[in-house]
Design a protein around this ligand. Structure first.
Ligand code: FES
Length: 113
């Protein structure tokens, strides 16, 4: 880890269900962390859905979109979907969510906030 990186311990690997998400708070901020175990990948985004400001994305369903198999999450409220790579809304709207780098090391999950 370089001195300029701001990796913060978010949780333990076992805190996040397989192919599911968990919410971690950093001060005011809620971050959704996803264990996309079908793909062996981890992602982190803000937990707030920009559609109706629900703190809900950590409870969303993960999946893959399109030919590129872009990893995505669907908000549990009205099923708007967001790319876990770019944060772009994949439901054809202008919404965008913040995404964060994730690192898993020795059973611990770190994010760069
Ligand atoms: S609040 Fe997330 S889709 Fe409506």
């Amino acid at each position: 880890m370089g001195s300029n990186t701001k990796w913060k311990l978010a949780c333990q690997v076992e805190d996040v269900p397989s192919d599911g998400g968990a919410c971690v708070s950093f001060g005011e901020e809620q971050i959704a962390i996803f264990n996309f175990s079908r793909r062996g990948e981890w992602y982190a985004t803000e937990n707030r859905c920009p559609h109706k400001q629900q703190m809900a994305l950590s409870r969303g369903m993960t999946g893959s979109a399109g030919e590129q198999c872009e990893p995505k999450v669907a908000c549990p409220f009205h099923k708007k979907t967001f790319s876990l790579l770019t944060g772009d809304c994949l439901s054809g709207e202008e919404y965008k969510i913040r995404t964060y780098p994730v690192m898993v090391k020795e059973g611990k999950v770190y994010i760069c906030v």
